[in-house]
Design a protein around this ligand. Structure first.
Ligand SMILES: C[S@@+](CC[C@H](N)C(=O)[O-])C[C@H]1O[C@@H](n2cnc3c(N)ncnc32)[C@H](O)[C@@H]1O
Length: 205
């Protein structure tokens, strides 16, 4: 039998090649539950086992789609009941395809060539040399996939740099707020909420 985690009415199986849900996953899932409403159109990027999405689906009727670059994760999340496609970031979506909520727990560990984990599991951890590569790539595209009143929930570690992440989110056109935080062994985890800044009104003659 596969190992399984039960959490907030959800039951999630996990496999070796896929990120095992941990404190970051739990914090993000709890934050999502605080903001989800029935009927929302939700996208989770990098779903892993599908943990966060499964928790949402166990508690709300939503229209949820998830992606992961790791084919084992796509299979695992699908087996856990999450509609999941294999894609690199937003590559599967047209630029104007928008969601009411986008969720991402990015790989964030600063990783040199020597630190890389063998196989697909490396994608769960490897944030590039300074830990911020995936985050920066994600922020370049996220704005065009949020509906006008849409909401981004992003898990950030102090290892990535919380103030730096907030700055980049603001630069990407998002009003940013910390909605939850937790100290873990060697890091602080926060969930940042982002909403699109209102466009300045054009002068009316
Ligand atoms: C830290 S894990 C989080 C997994 C899960 N969301 C959770 O919270 O338990 C990061 C996930 O992002 C996926 N990932 C990394 N780079 C990606 C990319 N460019 N596009 C899609 N998924 C990616 C990894 O395969 C991994 O499953």
């Amino acid at each position: 039998m596969m190992p399984c985690i039960t959490y907030r009415n959800a039951s999630v199986e996990f496999v070796d090649e896929v990120y095992e849900p941990a404190e970051d996953s739990f914090l993000l899932a709890d934050s999502a539950l605080a903001f989800v409403n029935k009927g929302m159109k939700i996208l989770e990027i990098g779903t892993g086992t599908g943990f966060v999405s499964v928790v949402i689906q166990a508690n709300f009727e939503v229209d949820l789609l998830a992606t992961d670059i790791n084919p084992h994760a796509v299979r695992c999340a699908s087996d856990n009941g999450v509609s999941t496609i294999r894609a690199d970031m937003f590559s599967a979506f047209k630029p104007a395809q928008c969601f009411d909520m986008i969720i991402f727990n990015p790989p964030y560990l600063p990783t040199s060539q020597d630190d890389k984990v063998p196989g697909w599991l490396n994608y769960a951890f490897d944030g590039g040399a300074d830990g911020t590569e995936s985050l920066r790539r994600f922020l370049k595209s996220v704005g065009s996939h949020l509906c006008p009143t849409g909401l981004l929930l992003l898990l950030i570690s102090s290892l990535t740099g919380i103030e730096q992440a907030k700055y980049w989110m603001e630069e990407a056109g998002l009003e940013t707020e910390v909605v939850s935080k937790e100290k873990c062994f060697f890091e602080e985890l926060v969930v940042l909420k982002g909403i699109l800044k209102a466009k300045p009104k054009e002068n009316i003659k």
